[in-house]
Design a binder for this molecule. Structure first.
Ligand code: PEP
Ligand code: MG
Length: 904
């Protein structure tokens, strides 16, 4: 089996298509080599080798050692240097790289091959002793922490102490002697901790590094990152062993990161950071604040021109924005990496639409490039423009680099670990750090926003936050952060841990105190792209909305009707007149406490006008669109008070003895309420509830209709079991509705259907469809009942089922993403059987899954008519429905042509 792929001298064994096997970095290096770009030579160990390593108790596959050795020889031939050579040694970097970018999550070791002999060779060959020992100390530090696992802080403390001793501030001011002394200290520390000498043998170094890179795939932070980012199904990381080039070999050298378009705005402008006389991760780590490419253009015009050329070439080649790493060694440009760049949601939309207009990609490809998270993040807040500039100016603490737009408000917290604690305690936090590192990712994730004192737009903090669309300000150099004292001093003011601050990620402003935020204006490209999505999709998209306000919002978001109006919410709250909510609460409570059908009807009569008013509001908001209204669903105990004081108050208000209330509440107690007296079972026992609700719906519809509103009511019964039960409910519904319609002397078309939430209803769908005019899958309950998992309690142990380091039984939480294998199988059965009885049976979904992109794709494939999602997830469903069509076409095409889907 081939585990190693070589690249160098304009030839590469791998290609850009081989991302799964060579990782993004390996595939990028191979492809850049193939198209003639200046790439240092090297080789990539495949992700299959990593997979083998973990599947066989961390043992390398047979043949790997021999293949690495042969490729190292080849590398030595191409570079005309030898690893560990005492005269002019070959040095290599050993870097991770999986098929999906995981910025900073896995390990890198630079300058490998240095030892006491070769460092002298390097010094002689370059004529620069300081440079050689600088490279050596970096290697020993990286090797000690990454491969051996010695604490980074201990090593860095030694570096800081040395600088203090030498009286210098910057690393660049340390001499060769200083670095040699530091190497000595590191080695002594190594000996003290490991009881071994630091490895001099380059082969031992190389295998140590390869093992460390493989192991980093399963490191806690990498596993967490994959979980958070929902990255699954990868084999592991590849390992790239590449000849070192040096950006730190003098003032004519440097290292940088650049993007072919602005990753924040999406503008077609060349964008990047460059650090003179720096190596490797210095830019990303954000240790020094870099210069913009414009400045670099002035300092190194020739190299800049070459880089501009590479920019055009790579973007045209990959047909997407590229994030590139490069190094300049003594005026010569080397490309070290290219990958599809992470971008803000606004930039995602802009680039996708612009690239279609430029003829670079087709509309279908543009649609596939937008993810549901991109849409969600478009709706992130900005500082309320109504806040006076003067007020803001007075509270302005400092300004940094606006790395990721959007605004955030929270309490300043100076460590990632505490940020997590505070957030779990319900606090909103802003994580403030000098710079961030991958260890901080948990705290970064829970924070509302991130603020760092150093770093540029491509620093770790910026890259990670951008991927999440999270407000982030970097390079805010006025901050003087005191981790021990848990405070920062900034322009003469103090901010202590726990103090409120506000970040404005669009202009880099940092403000004292809490500030109100509002939602941003959508980018122009959003409308264009969503229009394309609507033209492409087959599935209808409705919304779950219970109020006129939500209905209006949902229409703005593109909803084509209501798929679920949960009427019980109206019993709790008067959304038009919240002060009067108590009136309806009392009416429903009186109905529940009532001990005769007559008394219940009396209480229900009080509820009728409230329900009717609410339905009128909803029908008006949904003028011309179908509105599915579900009759009462929750168990009645949810509506009555359980503590004595509140029961006494209720008894007083409705004029009964407190014991009557207490007894009734006790009667309603159920061991298993979710499987108890709820859903349509309430209407079977208390038909008067059904009658009141149907009356409210039909009267509201008639009133709206006479006012010129086009109403399409659909009355839905929840939690039905079979045909007989639904027949009783449908008969009762039609009796009431038809009588009211007949009396009105007008015509009103309405449908009666059911939710499919129980396996029995799904199994007997052919019979149920004899009665039901539509089905709506209530996949929250259906998941609960098919899997035997309580939707209210399973959250306590479900993480273990999803965590790949624990059981890893599910890929996703089945209450978020549909279990297409199990629950989905039953749904497909119900659709098929239902339509066998009633070919035009309207079928939709209204569980939470209706707003989950992967589940929407399933709904499309299963042949449903529509999905229904909460208002803010409506655009996600619209896009996912379009993507499902495109995927389907691509799959058909590739079946015919035998090619793989081109999904990016
Ligand atoms: C469902 O069960 O999927 C559903 C939409 O109903 P609810 O969440 O109100 O039980
Ligand atoms: Mg339900």
């Amino acid at each position: 089996m081939k585990y190693v792929y070589f690249f160098g001298g304009c030839k590469a064994e791998g290609t850009g298509e081989m991302k799964e096997l060579l990782g993004g970095k390996g595939a990028g290096l191979a492809e850049m080599t193939r198209i003639g770009l200046p790439v240092p030579a090297g080789f990539t160990i495949t992700t299959e080798a990593c997979d083998h390593y973990f599947k066989h108790s961390r043992r390398y596959p047979t043949g790997l050692r021999a293949q690495v050795s042969a490729n190292l020889k080849r590398l030595e031939r191409v570079t005309r240097k030898t690893l560990g050579d005492a005269k002019d040694p070959l040095l290599v970097s050993v870097r991770s790289g999986s098929a999906r970018s995981m910025p900073g999550m896995m390990e890198t070791i630079l300058n490998l091959g240095l030892n006491e002999k070769s460092v002298q060779g390097l010094a002689r060959a370059t004529g620069n002793e300081r440079f050689a020992y600088d490279a050596f100390r970096r290697f020993v530090q990286m090797y000690s922490s990454v491969v051996i696992g010695l604490p980074k802080d201990d090593l860095e403390a030694r570096l800081r102490a040395l600088k203090t001793k030498l009286g210098v501030k910057d690393d660049t001011q340390v001499s060769a002697v200083g670095w040699r002394e530091l190497v000595g200290q590191y080695k002594a520390y190594f000996r003290e901790k490991t009881h071994k000498e630091f490895p001099e043998d380059p082969q031992e170094q190389l295998w140590g590094a390869i093992g460390a890179v493989f192991s980093s795939w399963m490191a806690e932070k990498a596993v967490t990152y994959r979980r958070v980012e929902k990255i699954t199904g990868l084999l592991g990381t590849a390992v790239n062993v590449v000849q070192m080039v040096f950006g730190n070999s003098g003032e004519n050298s440097g290292t940088g990161v650049c993007f072919t378009r602005d990753p924040s705005t999406g503008e077609k402008s060349f964008y990047g950071d460059f650090l003179i006389n720096a190596q490797g991760e210095d830019v990303v780590a954000g240790i020094r604040t870099p210069m913009h490419l414009n400045e670099m253009a002035k300092l190194m015009p020739k190299v800049y021109k070459q880089l501009e050329h590479v920019r055009k070439l790579l973007e045209t080649h990959y047909r997407d924005m590229q994030d590139m790493e490069f190094t300049v060694e003594d005026g010569t440009l080397y490309m070290l990496q290219t990958r599809v760049g992470k971008r803000t949601p606004t930039a995602t939309f802009k680039m996708a639409v612009d690239m279609v207009r430029e003829g670079l990609i087709a509309k279908e490809e543009a649609l596939l490039r937008v993810k549901s998270e991109d849409i969600e993040r478009l709706f992130y807040p900005v500082i309320d423009p109504a806040i006076s500039r003067r007020d803001l100016t007075q509270r302005r603490l400092a300004a940094g680099i606006n790395a990721v737009p959007g605004a955030a408000v929270g309490r300043a917290v100076f460590s990632a670990h505490e940020a997590e604690e505070w957030a779990h305690g319900g606090e909103k936090v802003i994580l403030v750090r000098r710079e961030t590192s991958p260890e901080d990712v948990g705290g970064m994730f829970v924070a509302q926003g991130i603020l760092t004192a150093t770093g540029g737009k491509s620093s770790h903090a910026a890259v990670v936050a951008r991927g999440w669309g999270k407000c982030c300000i970097v390079g805010c150099e006025q901050l003087d952060i005191d981790y021990d004292g848990k405070l920062m001093r900034v322009n003469g003011r103090k901010v202590r841990q726990g103090d409120w601050i506000t970040l404005d990620g669009s202009d880099g402003g940092v403000y004292e105190g809490q500030t109100s935020l509002v939602m941003p204006k959508l980018p122009e490209a959003y409308d264009t792209l969503m229009k394309w999505a609507d033209e492409t999709r087959r599935l209808g998209v409705r919304t779950n909305a219970d109020t006129p306000q939500d209905s209006r919002k949902a229409r703005e978001m593109g909803a084509e009707g209501i798929g679920l109006c949960r009427t019980e919410h109206m019993f709790f709250k008067d959304f038009e007149d919240p002060e009067r909510s108590i009136d309806r609460q009392l009416a429903i409570q009186e109905m529940i406490v009532a001990d005769s059908s007559e008394a219940r009807r009396k209480a229900l009569a009080k509820l009728l006008p409230f329900q009717r008013r609410d339905f009128i509001g909803i029908f008006k908001a949904m003028d011309g669109c179908p509105v599915t209204i579900r009759l009462i669903d929750p168990p009645l105990h949810e509506f009555v008070p359980h503590d004595r004081a509140k029961q006494e108050e209720l008894a007083r208000k409705i004029g009964v003895d407190v014991e009557v209330v207490a007894r009734r509440v006790e009667q309603l107690r159920e061991a298993n309420p979710m499987l108890g007296h709820r859903g349509c079972r309430l209407a079977i026992t208390y038909p008067e509830i059904l009658e009141m609700q149907v009356r409210a719906i039909i009267e509201a519809a008639l009133e709206c209709q006479s006012g010129g509103v086009k109403v399409l009511p659909e009355i839905m019964h929840p939690l039905t079991l079979d045909r007989k039960e639904l027949q009783i409910l449908t008969d009762a519904t039609r009796r009431v509705a038809d009588e009211i319609i007949a009396k009105s002397g007008r015509k009103l078309h309405y449908l009666v259907g059911t939710m499919i939430e129980l396996p029995r209803a799904a199994l007997l769908a052919d019979q149920v469809a004899e009665v039901a005019e539509f089905f709506s899958f209530g996949t929250n309950d259906l998941t609960q009942t098919v899997m035997g998992l309580s939707r209210d309690d399973a959250g306590r142990f479900l993480p273990d089922y999803v965590d790949e380091k624990k059981a890893g039984i599910f890929k996703d939480d089945p209450f978020q993403t549909l279990d297409t294998q199990g629950v989905g199988l039953l749904m497909k059965w119900a659709i098929e059987r239902g339509r066998a009885t009633r070919p035009k049976l309207k079928i939709g979904i209204c569980g939470e899954h209706g707003g989950d992109a992967a589940s929407v794709v399933f709904c499309h494939q299963a042949g449903m008519d529509y999905v229904s999602a909460s208002p803010f997830r409506v655009p996600i469903a619209r896009l996912a429905a379009a993507q499902a069509v495109i995927e389907e076409k691509l799959a058909k095409k590739s079946k015919r042509g035998g090619k793989k889907s081109r999904r990016p």
